[in-house]
Design a protein around this ligand. Structure first.
Ligand SMILES: Nc1nc2c(c(=O)[nH]1)N[C@H]1C(S)=C(S)[C@@H](COP(=O)(O)O)O[C@H]1N2
Ligand SMILES: [Mo]
Length: 212
């Protein structure tokens, strides 16, 4: 009899990895591991024009800033390995992201004392500020939060957010705004795109903060 172990089925591999993540406390409740990297967003994938692209930071900061593409890409970069949890119940693990640490931006714009939350704005179809998601400042002021442009050593594909996306690994993935273009610092929490239709204001997957 030929050994079946020579021909592991993909589902077995998936199940084994999922069990491993569950045992390690890394699989949030109600989530399942996928070996694929699904594409999920509202609207069309935007075209990228490096001449027109900019990244704007305003609201309650000491030094509002606008970077063009070249100057943003000149900021310090880091590589972070992290997990990713979509509220539609799939999770991916040990994703290697490369990008500008969010803290590099914080250090340059210097949030004012009153700033408690950030509205993150990104493309929705043709509108460069059409998608939005609100995130507590404390959840962005962490070393693993990146403004990312590469995944596993490769430039992001357009559908995964090229040229720049936010990655907030410890919150549900709708907070990880693709095609990110602007940040607005606020002194209170305000609902973004999905949060306005009932998604949770914070979205911690370990607490299953999906709705409300
Ligand atoms: N601009 C924008 N960013 C977005 C979304 C979106 O609709 N528009 N969807 C979010 C959701 S719900 C998820 S799960 C992740 C998916 O990222 P991926 O397509 O790279 O897997 O992107 C998030 N970022
Ligand atoms: Mo999602």
């Amino acid at each position: 009899m030929p050994s079946l172990e020579k021909y592991p089925r993909r589902e077995d591999e998936r199940g084994v990895l999922e069990r491993k993540m569950k045992d390690a406390g890394r699989l949030p409740p109600g989530q399942s591991l996928t070996l694929k990297w699904p594409v999920l967003h509202d609207g069309d994938v935007p075209a990228f024009d490096p001449e027109a692209w900019d990244f704007q930071v305003g609201g309650l900061v000491e030094s509002p800033a606008t970077w063009d593409y070249r100057s943003f890409m000149a900021l310090p970069v880091a590589t972070v390995r992290s997990d990713f949890h979509c509220v539609t119940r799939w999770s991916t693990f040990d994703n290697e992201w490369e990008g500008v640490p969010f803290r590099e931006v914080l250090g340059r714009v210097r949030p004012r004392r009153e700033a408690t939350h950030v509205m993150v704005l990104g493309h929705l179809g043709e509108d460069p500020r059409g998608y939005s998601t609100n995130v507590p400042l404390a959840d962005l002021d962490r070393p693993e939060v990146l403004l990312a442009f590469r995944n596993h050593g490769r430039d992001l594909s357009p559908e995964h957010g090229w040229p720049l996306r936010l990655v907030v690994p410890h919150l549900y993935a709708w907070k990880s705004c693709k095609w990110v273009r602007a940040l607005v610092f606020m002194d209170r929490d305000k609902a973004g795109y999905w949060e306005s239709s009932g998604y949770h204001m914070r979205g911690d997957p370990l607490r299953e903060e999906r709705f409300g």
